[in-house]
Design a protein around this ligand. Sequence first.
Ligand code: COA
Length: 375
Amino acid sequence: MADKPAKGLADVVAASTALSDIDGGAGRLFYRGYDIHDLSGRISFEECVHLLQRGSLPTRPQLASLMADLAANRDIGPTADGLLPQVVRAGTPMESLRTLVSALSVDDPDAGDSGPAANERKALRLVAQLPVLVARYQAERSGASVPEPDTSLGIAGNFLLQITGRRPGARETEIFDECLVLHADHTMNASTFAARVCAATLSDMHSAITAAIGTLRGPLHGGANEEVMKTLQAIKGGVDEVEPFVRDALGSGRKIMGFGHRVYKTEDPRATHLRRMSEELGELTGNRRPFDLSRRMEQVVLEVKGLYPNVDFFAASVYHQLGIPTDLFTSVFAISRISGWTSHVMEQQLDNRLIRPDSEYIGERDQKWVPIDDR
Ligand code: COA
């Protein structure tokens, strides 16, 4: 008989990884040994992709080569292209992203090959294609056309350009780039675990990423950033309304999205940077309201419930101020986390064993079968 499981596998070590590490007590996060506080605002998302997928921070020539590869691999192929209008009409952004990523595999030049070299090419291609899928979704539903990518911009700048239809300011681009770096990887979070479970059956990269996207969608995981924005928008008055709003929600047993974390017992280090960016964008846009409401909410939730904001809390006001529609926030999370997911899939398959835990049986025993007409 199996032991009583840790509910939600809390504290269970499910994999070995050299990609990221968290010290939950101290509130620290590392990508391949680099403290996120050292990387945030100092490396581009493309450098972060190189660090995670290829194992090191790139030299200038390596970065130039990676950026050229990304630019050359944006094409989503005829299958996803053909499906797009139908999927957009019927599905939410995350449903569409899940379906379209699955469709990308059909036209992938390395389809059918899950060797290390093919996996590395697929991993990079997915980083290039995901932002295009989200931008195409937005254009399709709003009847706009997607602006041609600007070769002088990286993933962050081109995404903002293609979502908003206008060339982003330099500081907006830097801020969004920093957001992408902050969301890139986070040890054995639920979507990464889903990707690794799938990859460990020796299934293919696109299947693992499809599983990850479906897992990210839930409001207890990546879906929380959209819920945070809805919460902020539900407060119609000024900052004075935040405290009664929070007390009422907590008093009636509701969770406040964007707070709490399975691993961090203090401030999530990503929230430190996102808070700063939220305030800066408030100044830059002349609209401090989303930041001021958020700041007050974090004070009240800490005071009443002792919970700290997680990555999704200040990300909401940052994305909002960057002009990204609320229902695309979780998709934005995915265009960053694809770098981590793909790296975990490669890591899993380089030293694989099937992930197949046990379960504790809690059902009836010794049941006697009776014929259907006698039940
Ligand atoms: N608002 C209010 N209460 C919260 C809370 C929140 N955001 N997060 C946790 N709690 C409370 C729970 O109600 C529970 O209280 P109880 O012991 O009185 O029942 C306690 O804190 C433990 O929460 P639990 O959900 O069991 O912790 P977990 O480790 O399983 O969950 C999260 C971690 C992230 C799923 C959880 O904090 C949460 O649901 N947060 C909101 C969703 C979110 O922001 N997700 C993004 C994560 S990056």
